[in-house]
Structure formats: C-alpha cells, structure tokens
Design a protein around this ligand. Structure first.
Ligand code: 4NP
Length: 151
C-alpha cells in the first residue's frame, strides 16, 4: 500500500482537486487496492467546508464528482502517509517546519515530476485558473504514479 497526502493552504481549491485527480488515475490503472489518497491544508480557515465550487465545477467538467471536505494537516499525517506532496514552496516550508522529529513521510513539491515549479493559488482568480491547475495536476500526478509503480 502506498499512501499519499496532497497539501495546499486552505484545502478547498488545489489539494482537493489533486486528491480527486490522483484517485481518478489510480482507478483508471486498476490500482484502487494499492493506493490511499487524501488531502489537507496547512491552514484551518476552511476546515469542515466543501471544496470551492470552482474546483468542483472543474472536476465535473472532467466527469469527476466527489465529496471533498476540508481539514487541516495533523501531526499524525507525517507518520500515516508515505508521501506528502505540497502545491507550492510556502506549503512545503510550512510542512517541513511542523513535521514531528523522526516522522517518516517524504515531503516533495507535486510539480517535481513535470516543471518543478509551483501550482499557483487560483482562489482570487477566475475559472481559467482552475482549468490550468487541473492540467498541471493531471500531468504531474500521472508521472508520480509512473514513478511509484515503476519496477
Ligand atoms: P487552496 O486555495 O490553498 O488551493 O485551497 C486557497 C483557499 C483559501 C484561501 C487561500 C488559498 N484563503 O485565504 O482563504
């Protein structure tokens, strides 16, 4: 079993989209019993809320419908997950700072497998931002799955 936690700031825009996209790739490859996928935010502002309607609309445009409820990262996450993938450098810095000593999760930027850059926060922009985020996540998460399943 490989476990993956996708992390952004609020857990309402980017990381819930990443969670749905990765789960979709996992299902398409017939790997549902081998992967556990979740998402969380470094901040608690939106904990308990549904994903942003623009994230849900973008996912629906690709035929993906999921119930995605925001939560904050917890200390346990750093031992429960093999991989924690951050959307941007600020998320990654916050995660590194709060990782309990000796915890096992490997912390990386999600776009490391494609451009190596950051997933821009689409919260204050229009719907195009959400479509761009979808495309970036789709490519980079497919490449992560290639890496995790490589012989
Ligand atoms: P996310 O986007 O980190 O991709 O979920 C944001 C959502 C909410 C806020 C910032 C970013 N906010 O400041 O409330």
């Amino acid at each position: 079993m490989t476990s993956v936690l996708l992390v952004c700031l609020g857990n309402i825009c980017r990381s819930p989209m990443a969670e749905a996209v990765l789960r979709h790739h996992v299902a398409q490859r017939g790997l549902v019993s081998s992967f556990q996928v979740d998402s969380a935010g470094t901040a608690a502002y939106h904990a308990g809320e549904q994903a942003d309607p623009r994230t849900l609309a973008e996912l629906a445009r690709h035929g993906l419908r999921e119930r995605l409820i925001a939560r904050q990262v917890t200390d346990d996450d750093f031992d429960r997950f093999d991989w924690i993938l951050a959307m941007d450098r600020s998320n990654l810095t916050n995660l590194r700072r709060r990782a309990p000593a000796g915890s096992r999760a490997r912390l990386h930027l999600v776009l490391e497998t494609t451009t190596g850059g950051e997933v821009p926060d689409p919260y204050y922009g229009g719907p195009d931002g959400f479509a761009d985020v979808y495309d970036m996540l789709d490519a980079s998460l497919a490449a992560w799955l290639d890496r995790w399943t490589a012989p």
